[in-house]
Design a protein around this ligand. Sequence first.
Ligand code: SAH
Ligand code: SF4
Ligand code: F3S
Length: 516
Amino acid sequence: MNEEQRLQAGVIKSSTEKLHPSVEKDYSKYFETVYTPPSLKEAKRRGKEKIEYHNDYQIEDRFLGMGTNRKFHIRTYGCQMNEHDTEVIAGILTSLGYESTDNVKEANVILMNTCAIRENAENRVFGELGHLKPLKLENPDLLIGVCGCMSQEESVVNKILKTYDQVDMIFGTHNIHRLPNILHEAYMSKEMVIEVWSKEGDIIENLPKVRHGNIKAWVNIMYGCDKFCTYCIVPYTRGKERSRRPEDIIQEVRHLAASGYKEIMLLGQNVNAYGKDFEDLDYRLGDLMDDLRTIDIPRIRFTTSHPRDFDDHLIEVLAKGGNLLDHIHLPVQSGSSEILKIMARKYSREHFLELVNKIKTAIPTVTLTTDIIVGFPNETDEQFEETLSLYKEVGFEMAYTYIYSPREGTPAAKMVDNIPMEVKKERLQRLNKLVNEMSAEAMKPYKGKTVKVLVEGESKRNPEVLAGYTEKSKLVNFKAPREMIGKIVNVKIIDTKSWSLDGEFIEVVEEEKVMS
Ligand code: SAH
Ligand code: SF4
Ligand code: F3S
């Protein structure tokens, strides 16, 4: 295929986009490759390109029916953003005529929507790709694709090209809307189809979605991240910060409310930067929350907050309560100001504590949860102790805890690290012990109290028992008729555990609809 034909087939975006030199040199036969590796220099230089909005997404007629009598299976790794991307991918595949299947053996398209945040996340995907190879021999119509954050990494693409010839397609996080073209190309060609765009400034509305369930829904409010914490790969894999227009978000939430959803999770890697990129509008997360709280939907949450951009107006709006829930996930990463500095988090321990105080004063009932990294290069015992003491001082009720994992291309990966792995593991254990104890403590006062629970379904362990979450995201197990699934109900807590509550069903909450 010559370049003109490739452009017509939509395989590459434009002939002026540069190939990464290593790809060009080693893999020049893969003409489809449009690839830029994560590069700090390049990424930090970004931001000049205008954000383009596309409101007219449509699947071309020539692709309709491509999935007739074919099934797809998607494996999703990583964060809620990826889970939500999977809903869009499923939406596109369904529009093409594919049917979903839980059984990989009967799938004609298998996609791995991957996460690059830590090395073990990546290893799991490579392991899984190995397991899929025999399926390729059994089913000649099978296409295997890798998408999500790993596909944005140069080393991953090269490794797949070299060792995983069972893979037919690799496409990036900015290329999801191009899936029909990518599939078409994969059916036509014997070569691996790779489409990973470096262009990251676009927002594409109206993408079809097949949502997971009909109780809780994810809604993207922004994409990308410009924070460049020194350990983190996300700014490279997800591109620059760009916010969806308020009217599009409000319309989507209204529509979900009208369709009967009970809870909305607003998504972004750094939601507190929402609106910073608007040139024509002075409208930030506080304004958005203030508009959304008037919508007739019982629960609205958001994730993830960066402490740096958590402004007073947002706190003021959250304090209005109603459907804006009093649980805030506020990743701190470390309790040591020196470590925070080399992580480039752009706040100190003292700033963080000040912010927590402000939030607690405005919202006295607030529950705070967090993310913590232990064993950052050269973290001393004292610095780690500061993380433990901060955790206690804030009174966090839950945390996701991680051992630092170097990510190629990030500044921290170049830092010399003299902390042995056993020490890191020991720190993680000590931290987890504290996290467990403080979660158990936070559960105790619930005994005898009545809480509102959004019932999500059967408990994972016992189908006789239903399970759901309180407004503060506590898991509650209780017996009740199955008709309660999808409703908000009152449950009296009779027993507390470290990570969950056991209760007795009382009744359906009368005014399921909370209004300001
Ligand atoms: N945008 C979110 C974080 C997304 S990643 C935020 O800033 O809060 C989720 C969590 O993974 C991070 O909060 C951090 O605790 C952890 N993480 C990110 N990069 C990591 C790395 N290289 N090693 C270990 N943990 C990491
Ligand atoms: Fe990564 Fe979050 Fe930092 Fe962005 S704000 S660089 S996503 S840890
Ligand atoms: Fe992982 Fe990408 Fe999310 S790296 S955590 S899937 S943004």
